[in-house]
Design a protein around this ligand. Sequence first.
Ligand SMILES: *[C@@H]1O[C@H](CO)[C@@H](O)[C@H](O)[C@H]1NC(C)=O
Length: 120
Amino acid sequence: MEKWSLMTITVLLGLIVRWTVSFGSYSGAGKPPMYGDYEAQRHWQEVTYNLPIKQWYFNTSDNNLQYWGLDYPPLTAYHSLLCAYVAKLINPDWIALHTSRGYESQPHKLFMRATDGLQG
Ligand SMILES: *[C@@H]1O[C@H](CO)[C@@H](O)[C@H](O)[C@H]1NC(C)=O
């Protein structure tokens, strides 16, 4: 039984650390034009949600590949799309085409950490 409590404590500690870190700053926060670590992920949600699949990997007026262009295989892109649906439910601003660029807020940061965790 002692082993179990040790494991539980370790897991909880891990979660707490993760949670705390998610409130801290991250590289590139608030720095245009590329913004922070998770802007790439957020941008992919924006792109995959708003554009037809055929356009995901092509440079168009709605998809500037020089700005965090999607360079992951489709499987990861579908994960972005899935997260985008959830994001849309919570706050459509998070993935609004064009206008969501560089979006940053505390709830959104938590959302990104959470979905990142789901990804592994
Ligand atoms: C891609 O599209 C953007 C506009 O979304 C444009 O500014 C950029 O020059 C294009 N890049 C290429 C390589 O065509």
